[in-house]
Design a protein around this ligand. Structure first.
Ligand code: PEP
Ligand code: MN
Length: 370
């Protein structure tokens, strides 16, 4: 469950189209994981500049790896190459910054946009230092989600930049480290960016399928899903020779492959015109009605849970009776699965209801002192 307690906390953010060209939807930020050489950067950028959706060229310059002693980025030298990209292609440039020194160097060399990486967003000390280093400046900042699935930490980082007087902000969704096995390098957990958009509707969210996938083969379905969920753009790692990339080799694609990926994306409309609204409206009002019925049923169920709680208290019976819980799971799963519901979904719902029941009965046992 990643719903925040806040209902709405809209941060003042300038619409994306006022600071980035978004006419060729979707907006694409593309470029290598790392700037490796002048030639690699320029050749990649020149090919990317021929793809209409690509408006921004990305490259990592400071790349401390998990362990030292491998390629750790080209550092400030790469800023000169990026400047050349701007001059020769007209693309805007974007780099990752992790310290105020990076910010200073990047701004001095005319970088257009900076981004804060996932490993930095986890650390409010660092985010605050970076935010102070750009205080009052007119530089767009993109904030990647923190490595851990914590929407508040992500929002908090964006707020630090907003408090520093910046309004050209966007979030980048690159997936989360997750303890469960998954085909992804970083689990997408789409519910989190959706929650970010629910709380702050004006935040543009750009999807980075490269770091979610960790390999080329999962890029397309992730990019398509981002479009179907109305995300605002894509950040994709592109290298002129992906198989020779010095970092994140498995997930990088060539400019041609990016072109192909974008060509196959199906861009659906966010709402119907031409008289089909009626069908959608009717189905939505059925959902509204059912949701309200579900809430009534849940409330009724919890009242009975409370009654049982009082009974247990009076009769000195423990809250958790594993045999009963086992029976409930087996019975409800069998029923739910035969009604066409997914087993994992059912287990999640049952777990949530059970946890809430235990919480309420525990409060009753202890005279509402949790
Ligand atoms: C990157 O974009 O190359 C990068 C290091 O990303 P992240 O911060 O998402 O791991
Ligand atoms: Mn990378």
């Amino acid at each position: 469950m990643y719903l925040c307690r806040v209902i709405c906390r809209d941060i003042h953010i300038e619409p994306l189209q006022t600071w980035l060209p978004t006419n060729d939807f979707p907006l694409v930020i593309a470029g290598p994981c790392s700037a490796e050489s002048f030639e690699q950067v320029l050749v990649t950028a020149k090919s990317l500049a021929t793809i209409p959706q690509v408006k921004v060229f990305r490259a990592g310059l400071w790349k401390p790896r998990t362990r030292p002693n491998s390629f750790e980025g080209s550092g400030a030298e790469g800023l000169v190459w990026l400047n050349e990209v701007k001059l020769q292609t007209g693309l805007k440039t974007c780099v990752e910054v992790a310290t105020p020194k990076h910010v200073e160097l990047a701004l001095k060399q005319g970088v257009d946009i900076i981004w804060v990486g996932a490993r930095t967003t986890v650390n409010p000390f660092l985010v605050q230092e970076i935010a102070e280093s750009v205080k009052g400046l007119d530089i767009p900042v993109l904030v990647k989600n923190p490595v851990n699935p914590d929407p508040e930490l992500w929002l908090g980082a964006l707020e630090r930049f907003q408090k520093a007087g910046l309004h050209k902000l966007a979030a980048i969704h690159r997936g989360f480290s997750f303890f469960k096995r998954s085909p992804y390098r970083n689990a997408p957990m789409w519910e989190i960016p959706i929650e970010i958009k629910r709380i702050c509707p004006s935040i543009p969210v750009i999807t980075d399928p490269s770091h979610m996938a960790g390999n080329r083969h999962l890029l397309f379905p992730l990019a398509q899903k981002a479009m179907d969920l109305e995300m605002d753009g894509l950040m994709i790692e592109v290298h002129n020779q992906p198989d020779k990339a010095l970092t994140d080799r498995d997930q990088q694609i060539s400019p041609l492959q990016l072109e192909d990926l974008l060509k196959h994306l199906v861009l659906r409309r966010s709402s119907y015109s031409s008289g089909k609204e009626d069908t959608l409206e009717r189905l939505r009002s059925e959902i509204d009605k059912l949701d309200n019925e579900l809430i009534e049923i849940l409330s009724h169920r919890m009242n009975i849970v409370d009654e049982i709680g009082h009974f247990k208290k009076e009769n000195n019976i423990t809250i958790l009776q594993l045999r009963r819980w086992r029976e409930i799971i087996e019975d409800r799963l069998a029923h739910g699965i035969s009604s066409g519901l997914d087993k994992t979904f059912l287990l999640n719902v049952l777990q949530q209801m059970h946890d809430e029941g235990i919480r309420r009965q525990n409060a009753i046992m202890n005279n509402n002192q949790e």
